[in-house]
Write a protein that binds this ligand. Structure first.
Ligand SMILES: [Zn+2]
Length: 93
């Protein structure tokens, strides 16, 4: 369970690389929250250290969109960067 992550939300790869961002949703862009498009596993993430990566895991265990689990705070990209959306209050489990 955690706060939903959307395209444009940030992540970090250790304390020196805090400026990564989710760049694609990984889905058909139909589900929005707070005016932004919800991301799912398979979304792309641009790590400030490693470049274009894919979000490969999420703490979510139940909530899916088009068969893919929704990305939330604590999700991890293929390089090990962690997704950390700020200011979102909508959460799923
Ligand atoms: Zn990285």
């Amino acid at each position: 369970m955690g706060s939903i992550a959307c395209v444009g939300d940030r992540g970090e790869h250790g304390p020196d690389y805090r400026t990564g961002v989710i760049t694609t949703s990984g889905n058909d862009n139909t589900l929005g929250v707070d005016g932004d498009i919800v991301a799912v596993v398979g979304a792309h993430y641009n790590c400030s250290k490693h470049g274009n990566e894919t979000i490969v895991s999420t703490p979510v265990v139940k909530t899916r969109l088009n068969g893919k689990l929704i990305v939330t705070a604590g999700a991890v990209a293929s390089c090990g960067a962690v997704i950390l959306p700020t200011g979102r209050t909508v959460s799923v489990e």
